[in-house]
Design a protein around this ligand. Structure first.
Ligand SMILES: Cc1cc2nc3c(=O)[nH]c(=O)nc-3n(C[C@H](O)[C@H](O)[C@H](O)COP(=O)(O)OP(=O)(O)OC[C@H]3O[C@@H](n4cnc5c(N)ncnc54)[C@H](O)[C@@H]3O)c2cc1C
Length: 442
């Protein structure tokens, strides 16, 4: 039997069989064509239709909705600005970074509200998140991060917890402390993505699956089965962007991996804590992050970060048994009570990285080009704000959202190969090496 795309795809809402929707049947017109049915594209379609239910919104998806990172991730729905707060302040004026982070807190709540309103059963649980420090060096790192957040006026939203308060929430070994925020939720990402897709259809949008776009020519999206002509074309192809002709240097795909355990027995949960389904991250550079799933497993990911020459993407299901073994070992190191727990699923996905490592959204009315992406390893909540922002730009809504500095930010292009491979692979090798060296010094 072929392995499922991910644990999440193996535990969809009852009745969701992943059967693809019909592909684009031929040429057609639309007001807006969205390329890519991950969170970025689906939220954009959702908020466009909410703003104007008469819009003809068409979504073109190469595989099935939620096939990419959106269906495979760690389900960490956390506030992230996609650019350093200082940079946002410099570009948007003092206080912009904090305002954008608070808007991301709002995105977490907005996702919860949409799930409740649309009946999306993705186990949304707003139990907060902890960034754990398991040695003195990590404590210094998270303390610096916390001081920076306080300096930006965000001390009310992020607390530095001592070891006792940390293990009271998440009973991990060797704790030196943690940062805790209540503004974070655990979600089942594939159920969320596929639930938004169904909501988009209920609102009148059309999703064509198994319809890869070959290229975007101004206001036209060309596929093998027809061309969609639209006033606006939104590109939300993230790590797969190189699949579009002429777009191979915009965003690179970086691999990341996950494991899921069998259901953890209640007596072990009683030892481990995580009673509110708090998210938890082990904070070395090559981080690993986990959630207690709604059905009582642990989904735990990270430690991947490799790049293939030519922005190639390994076929799905993506498997990396060696990384799965490393992830399991790291999980048991942090939670020794899990020493006998079985891993039932391991899978991989690709995150999209821009040249300057920043997220971007935008719209150019002169050309009809719009986009959202470059979320890296943190796109679950940000893609919601991105979708709302693109919808506001396209419908010319007057909202503060369109004034954040990520709007129309151009990230620059990656180098041609092989320089691109040397640059990306070299960066991650340096990070890993730095991590090992500092562990030796610790
Ligand atoms: C293993 C892993 C773990 C992660 N963990 C987290 C986490 O816990 N929290 C968090 O915030 N973020 C996490 N991320 C990042 C997060 O998942 C992404 O930032 C987010 O899902 C990006 O959404 P997207 O819609 O931009 O891209 P995607 O979800 O990748 O969607 C792009 C879609 O476009 C389609 N497509 C591509 N090319 C074409 C084409 N030519 N024509 C038509 N369709 C096309 C693809 O099939 C895909 O469905 C993780 C990522 C990975 C890989």
């Amino acid at each position: 039997m072929t392995a499922p795309i991910s644990y999440w795809h193996d535990s969809l809402e009852p009745g969701d069989t992943l059967t693809p929707r019909p592909p684009l049947p031929g040429d057609r017109d639309a007001d807006v064509a969205v390329v890519g049915a991950g969170f970025g594209g689906l939220w954009t379609a959702y908020y466009l239709l909410k703003a104007d239910p008469t819009l003809r919104v068409v979504v073109l998806e190469a595989e099935t909705a939620g096939f990419g990172a959106s269906g495979r991730n760690g389900g960490w729905c956390v506030p992230e600005t996609g650019s350093p707060l200082d940079v946002l302040d410099r570009e948007g004026g003092a206080g912009t970074g904090a305002a954008m982070l608070r808007a991301m807190h709002g995105a977490v709540d907005e996702i919860g509200a949409v799930c409740a309103g649309e009946g999306i059963d993705c186990g949304f649980a707003k139990g907060g998140a902890l960034w754990l420090a398991s040695d003195a060096r990590q404590l210094r790192r998270i303390s610096r991060r916390h001081a920076m957040l306080v300096q930006h006026g965000l001390g009310d939203a992020y607390a530095l917890l001592d070891p006792v308060k940390t293990v009271a929430r998440v009973n991990a070994t060797g704790m030196y402390g943690s940062i805790f925020t209540p503004h974070a939720a655990a979600v089942h990402p594939a159920r969320l993505a596929r639930g938004i897709a169904r909501a988009v259809e209920r609102m009148g949008g059309t999703i064509y699956e198994k319809t890869p776009a070959r290229r975007i020519e101004g206001r036209r999206v060309v596929t093998a089965s027809g061309t969609v002509s639209a006033n606006v074309v939104v590109r939300t192809t993230e790590a797969y962007t190189a699949s579009l002709e002429g777009h191979d240097r915009m965003i690179v795909p970086v691999e990341n991996f996950m494991i899921a355990t069998e259901p953890v027995p209640d007596h072990l949960w009683a030892e481990m804590g995580v009673a509110n389904r708090e998210l938890f991250e082990d904070s070395p550079v090559m981080l690993a992050y986990g959630q207690r799933t709604a059905d009582g497993r642990i989904a735990w990911g990270g430690m991947g970060a490799s790049y293939r020459m030519g922005s190639k993407i390994a076929p799905t299901p993506m498997q990396a048994p060696k990384i799965a073994a490393l992830l399991r070992a790291r999980l048991v190191e942090r939670f020794p009570m899990l020493r006998d727990i079985k891993i039932t699923h391991h899978w991989g996905g690709v995150m999209g990285m821009t040249r300057d490592m920043r997220s971007t959204v935008g719209y150019d009315p002169a050309t009809g080009e719009a986009w959202a992406g470059g979320f890296g390893g943190a796109g679950v909540a940000p893609s919601n704000l991105a979708g709302r922002t693109v919808a506001a730009l396209v419908t010319r809504a007057d909202t503060d959202l369109v004034r954040f500095p990520w709007v129309n930010h151009r990230c620059g292009k990656w180098e041609p190969e092989p320089l691109r491979w040397i640059g990306v692979a070299g960066t991650f090798a340096r990070l890993r090496m730095g991590e090992r060296l500092s562990q030796l010094k610790n």
